[in-house]
Design a protein around this ligand. Structure first.
Ligand code: ZN
Ligand code: ZN
Length: 258
């Protein structure tokens, strides 16, 4: 399994894209900084998009991807997410006013985007992968995804989450954990209220992972609060030392192999 981090940051600016991951060139998880990270030929290979929640920094490029899929290739693309997320994305991003309605373009019979609701805790085969959605703890309804390939390689991406994501650990056994740290420890209270993690809060969740699962996978941190990246990096390194774990910050175009 090849994983490419397309976007690893909380804010978009030169050299930094919003959160998005690509699995084996065919499955995208979250569509923040997606289209600006891939050539047209690379975008054409995408078979499915999974969305963790409706926030703009995770869904924005669904529209720009749909435009390329609809205008250039006249293909259809499946978008999987919880029903709540799909409803908001349909209403706000695909309403036919802000841009084309890719749920009806080029025709109602064969639209560019096909929305597929996914239920937490039920497994679904998507583009040949076993996909399991589990609830995350964010400011709005959100899920994390475990994506497992046919040869048994497995990643879990929490999406945006705060403390309590450990409730999902019992359902997953990934070789790679991709999670978020939106800010440094000094903003712990604010981050918790906003539904995010700081390194100290992540540490507590990882301790629970190890207690429950008797191991810790390799961990990559994304959704990094750009102005605080150096501070986050140092605090995450401290957590890695304390837990003797392999934890590092993700970055744009980072490639990982399982
Ligand atoms: Zn969010
Ligand atoms: Zn976010």
């Amino acid at each position: 399994m090849k994983i490419q981090i397309l976007g690893a940051h909380l804010a978009e600016l030169k050299g930094a894209r919003l959160t998005s991951l690509l699995v084996d060139d065919v499955v995208v998880v979250d569509a923040g900084g997606l289209t600006s990270a891939l050539s047209l030929a690379e975008q054409e290979k995408i078979e499915a998009v999974l969305l963790t929640h409706h926030h703009f920094d995770h869904t924005r490029d669904l529209v720009t991807l749909a435009a390329n899929v609809g205008y250039y290739w006249r293909k259809q693309l499946a978008v999987h997410a919880p029903r709540y997320t799909l409803d908001i994305v349909s209403r706000c991003l695909l309403d036919g006013q802000i841009y084309a309605n890719f749920l009806e373009y080029p025709s109602k019979e064969k639209p560019t985007l096909i929305l597929e609701a996914i239920e937490p805790y039920s497994r679904k085969t998507i583009a040949g992968y076993d996909v399991l959605a589990v609830p995350a703890k964010h400011s709005v309804p959100a899920v994390g995804y475990q994506v497992t390939s046919s040869d048994g390689k497995s990643l879990f991406y929490t999406g945006d989450t705060t403390v309590g994501i450990s409730d999902s650990w019992q359902h997953i056994s990934p070789q790679l954990l991709i999670t978020e740290v939106a800010g440094p420890n000094k903003f712990e209270d604010w981050l918790k209220k906003a539904g995010h993690l700081c390194p100290r809060l992540l540490r507590e969740e990882l301790i629970q992972f190890r207690q429950l699962k008797r191991y810790l996978p390799r961990i990559i941190v994304v959704h990094i609060g750009n102005p605080y990246e150096q501070e986050i990096k140092e605090e995450v390194a401290q957590v890695a030392r304390e837990l003797e774990a392999d934890i590092s910050l993700g970055y744009e175009d980072m490639k990982l192999t399982l």
